[in-house]
Design a protein around this ligand. Structure first.
Ligand code: 6PG
Length: 264
């Protein structure tokens, strides 16, 4: 790791999601003040749902300058946008529709495309065209939300997969036949480590005892990205924060619950 990650442990579910929401709001405000926009890549799976629902609640909704927000995804399953496995559908139903974000600033990965490799290349172009300050330079997301699988995958970077070792492309397709693919077993399209590591703020959101072994191996074990893909998340300039609930942190050595932040 270029810089040690910040690790925040919130024992309870409510304090975990409250802290996650505060982090999101703070990042949005900081980015908007500094760069006039907040470009965030959302994670998928089930963990982010309560965060999206919290952010959509009236008293928090006004805290985020949604008129400056560009929404991307860290990864997407190759399914139609109305499929219940779609990461886009989760975000649309719980956050994007409720806050009424301008559709022109929703940058959906075309999971329904017949050719995932072409869809990945198209998404990389959209990422670059939207965020690259100088043509050809790396696009810098302001925040990337990431989950962690029980097996240690993050986004759709699975143990042993070539995508974990990608050094040039920012977005790639992952075959359903990838040996370490996890459910749902469908083709995926994912940001690669270069895209994630260009972000100013990578925030892992991990809950549940089932994740505790992968969390401990990732945060306290020897660096081995092919086995623990989250080791590939190592931004040159950006920060990495692991927000954990008590059960997910339960196999870490010497971590106590972090006192809940007062709402800012
Ligand atoms: C996906 C996610 C994936 C997810 C982890 C954790 O598309 O499935 O991006 O990386 O974050 O698998 O999933 P849960 O939050 O459901 O435990």
């Amino acid at each position: 790791m270029t810089r040690a990650p910040e690790i925040v442990v919130c024992a309870g579910r409510d304090s975990f999601y409250e802290r996650a929401a505060q982090r999101f709001v703070q990042a949005a405000r900081t980015a908007t003040a500094a760069r006039g926009r907040f470009a965030v890549a959302l994670s998928g799976g089930s963990t982010p749902r309560p965060l999206f629902e919290r952010l959509a609640e009236p008293e928090l909704r006004e805290s985020v300058p949604w008129e400056t927000v560009h929404v991307f995804w860290a990864d997407e399953r190759c399914v139609p946008p109305d499929d219940d496995r779609s990461n886009y559908r989760l975000a649309r139903e719980t956050l994007l529709d409720p806050v009424g974000i301008d559709p022109r600033r929703i940058h959906r990965i075309a999971g329904e495309a017949p050719d995932p490799e072409q869809a990945a290349a198209r998404y990389e172009r959209e990422l670059r065209e939207t965020l690259s300050v100088i043509p050809g330079s790396l696009p810098h997301l302001d925040m990337v939300l990431l989950g962690l699988g029980d097996d240690g995958h993050t986004a759709s970077l699975f143990p042993g997969a070539g995508a974990v070792r990608e050094t040039d492309r920012l977005v790639v397709a992952v075959r359903a036949s990838e040996p370490s693919m996890q459910p749902p077993v469908v083709e995926r399209i994912t940001l690669t480590p270069p895209a994630i590591n260009a972000a100013w703020d990578a925030l892992f959101l991990v809950t549940g005892e089932a994740k505790a072994p992968a969390v401990a191996a990732t945060l306290e074990g020897p660096r081995a990205p092919s086995k623990w893909p989250a080791h590939a998340v190592d931004p040159v300039e950006g920060s990495v924060t692991w927000l954990l609930d008590g059960p997910a942190a339960s196999e870490l050595v010497g971590f106590e619950e972090t006192a809940p932040e007062t709402a800012s």
